[in-house]
Ligand binder design. Structure first.
Ligand code: C2E
Ligand code: MG
Ligand code: MG
Length: 631
């Protein structure tokens, strides 16, 4: 709950500050006027007070001493009566008094003439019966040719409590306004200061929001960079280990539970990582399902121990399901000269090294990883030119029928020969594949195969069916079938001599395109094969649904026979039998020993490919094989 509020607060803090800002302004405006009015009231009551005091004091003997002339003496007397010294605001003080039974006015109004005395007389008169020992007065705003005045006055009573005079004063509103404007300057200054503070706060919050990941609300990479810079300045960055954590197979999790739930999982995962940290440690989402942590050295194991697998329950279609989240992590022990981007790079290299099939889920960065990365970079920047320069050569590895030991096919395998040295496909194919650059090379090889077959035919050599490897990346290309057929057509090569090897695909969308491609090829009479069966995601049930002609059983399948030979051979035998039952041709790859051949003879697999018969051969040597196809 608390976290939720925190999240809300983080998300809406901009609005909260805005609302606060607006309320303050409104409050300021209210105060501006309210205080203004209070000020006016205050001034008015001052005037009244003055009048009241004057009225009290004037009654009796002092009555006679008041002068109408408003000179210093007048003010002195007034002051002695009123104890009021702030005359600045008083525009005009007037005193009306009784002499004997006659009222004499200090001011020039005629007391006998209510018309001259104006409304004030009426007011005083009206107050008369209400007065019982208490002094009363009234005030009002008057506007005349002299400007606006607050006029305050009080009645003067004789000992019989009859009104015998009136004392009053006028206060020019302009004076009040002067005072007010001084107050307003103070208020405006306060508002301005607050506005400035608010703007600075807003900018800081906006900056903070920019430095947070919008999905998980933990830091983003930029913020972690700031943090790392600060740590480095304080010479503390070297006390940390960078841990780049990646959610394994998040793509599949997304596919399995949908993107919204996937987002939720990422949020909870980020939250979980955050909670693993102690004071002074940091985590940021650096993109997709990647999180970079700066963890104090020596605490790595603590984090690793609790990280994988993480069990989260999610509600899918109203039922709670337990999701196991596995993580992989690349670690780098930071030294004093590192920057965050260097840390990121090294952690990335380390985490990528865990992606290999039989690697652990966690790896520390090592120098060799950098060397490998440089090599990969070189491959990626050079391969295009290498194709043009003819550095890629196609080798052919024969496929042999073990019943009569004759050549019955071959697989085209690419070799990169650079400066006289051979680079094996294992060094560059996975890289090109990962970077999505493999398709061009595959077509280059396939074209070379078509050219060679054409050449052999033209020379009167009878070719065998040659299989070319096509990365499953091709399946994203809707024109793949068309392009394969076009290429074969260009060299006028019969479909009898062509086969396309594809590694089995794992995803459902790939399955559909694989199915379509296999179908298209079948319709054109071109064989298709599933390569490396028995590794990765291969499954027999999938074979039922895909109409491929050939299944190539991977070398590792035999290796996996392991110590328990009996069970292993039984497994291989059974698998081969089942594939045969599905009416597919089985080819066993990587056959290196006679023993393996003997074993395979007992099964129904009669085609093999392996070093026992031939390694992949350069074209010229393979042509020899074509001429003498018997082993
Ligand atoms: P693959 O398609 O499964 O090719 C068979 C690999 O097994 C070849 O490795 C071959 O030399 C090797 N091999 C064959 N018989 C034996 C044996 O008796 N013992 C051992 N230890 N190995 C044997 P290579 O040529 O290094 O190729 C490796 C992989 O690279 C290929 O596996 C294939 O997946 C890929 N590849 C090669 N050429 C191409 C290409 O043109 N396009 C694509 N996409 N992939 C290619
Ligand atoms: Mg192959
Ligand atoms: Mg293979």
């Amino acid at each position: 709950m608390e976290k939720k509020i925190l999240r809300l607060h983080q998300r809406y803090s901009l609005y909260i500050v805005l609302a606060g800002f607006v309320s303050f302004i409104l409050l300021g405006i209210v105060i501006y006027y309210k205080v203004g009015n209070m000020m006016v009231d205050q001034s008015k009551s001052n005037a009244m007070g003055l009048a009241v005091i004057a009225a009290n004091e004037i009654d009796g003997d002092k009555f006679e001493k008041i002068e109408s002339k408003q000179d210093d003496a007048y003010y002195e007397v007034l002051e002695s009566i009123t104890k009021y010294t702030d005359y600045n605001m008083l525009q005009y003080i007037y005193t009306m008094r009784l002499k004997g039974e006659t009222v004499t006015f200090v001011v020039d109004a005629d007391p006998d003439d209510p018309a001259e005395f104006g409304e004030e007389y009426e007011i005083v008169k009206a107050m008369e019966p209400a007065f019982h020992g208490q002094v009363s007065c009234d005030q009002k705003l008057i506007k005349d040719k002299w400007g606006s005045f607050f006029s305050a006055y009080a009645p003067i009573f004789n000992s019989e409590r009859e009104v015998v005079g009136i004392v009053g004063c006028d206060i020019r509103t302009a004076d009040i306004m002067n005072r007010l404007s001084r107050l307003r300057v103070v208020i405006i200054t306060l508002i301005t200061i607050f506005a400035l503070i608010s703007v600075v706060t807003l900018v800081m919050i906006a900056r903070d929001m920019m430095l947070r990941d919008s999905l998980t609300e933990i830091f983003n990479e930029n913020k972690l960079k700031d943090v790392a810079q600060r740590l480095k300045r304080n010479n503390k960055l070297k006390d940390y280990t960078g841990m780049l954590v990646n959610v394994k197979d998040f793509k599949y999790i997304n596919r399995q539970i949908g993107f919204n739930k996937g987002d939720e999982i990422l949020r909870r995962y980020a939250n979980y990582l955050n909670r693993l940290l102690v004071r002074g440690e940091y985590v940021a989402r650096t993109g997709n399902d990647n999180f970079l942590m700066l963890v104090k050295k020596g605490r790595e194991d603590v984090i690793l121990n609790v990280l994988s697998p993480l069990e989260l329950s999610v509600e899918i279609e109203n039922t709670k399901q337990l999701l196991r989240i596995y993580s992989r992590c690349g670690m780098y022990s930071i030294d004093e000269n590192d920057s965050l981007s260097g840390v990121m790079n090294n952690c990335t290299l380390a985490v990528n090294s865990t992606r290999n099939v039989d690697s652990d889920d966690y790896a520390w960065y090592s120098e060799s990883m950098s060397a490998q990365m440089m090599e990969e970079k070189a491959i990626l920047s050079n391969y295009k030119q290498a194709i043009k320069d003819g550095e890629f050569k196609v080798f052919y590895q024969p496929k042999v029928n073990i019943d009569d030991k004759s050549l019955c096919g071959a697989e085209a395998l690419v070799r990169w020969i650079k400066d006289g040295k051979m680079i094996s496909p294992g060094q560059f194919i996975p890289i090109l594949e990962r970077e999505g650059k493999i398709t061009e090379l595959d077509f280059f090889v396939f074209e070379q195969v078509c050219k060679d077959i054409r050449k052999w035919l033209d020379e009167g050599l009878t070719p065998v069916r040659i299989s070319s490897n096509f990365s499953k990346m091709h399946l994203k290309n809707p024109k793949l079938s068309e392009q394969v057929l076009e290429m074969a057509g260009r060299y006028n090569v019969s479909s009898d001599y062509i086969e396309v090897e594809l590694t089995e695909s794992s995803g459902y969308s790939d399955f559909n395109s694989l199915d379509k491609f296999v179908h298209d090829m079948g319709a054109a009479g071109i064989y298709t094969s599933i390569d490396d069966f028995g590794t990765g995601y291969s499954s027999l049930s999938m074979l039922k649904d895909i109409d491929v002609d050939v299944v190539k059983i991977d070398k590792s399948f035999f290796d996996n026979m392991g110590d328990d030979k009996q069970n292993g051979t039984n497994l291989v035998e059974n698998v081969i039998r089942m594939i045969k039952d599905l009416d597919r041709i089985v080819i066993c790859e990587g056959v290196e020993t006679e023993k393996q051949v003997d074993f395979l003879k007992d099964t129904e697999c009669n085609i093999v490919q392996g070093f026992l018969f031939d390694k992949p051969l350069p074209r010229e040597q393979f042509e020899e094989r074509l001429r003498a196809p018997q082993y």
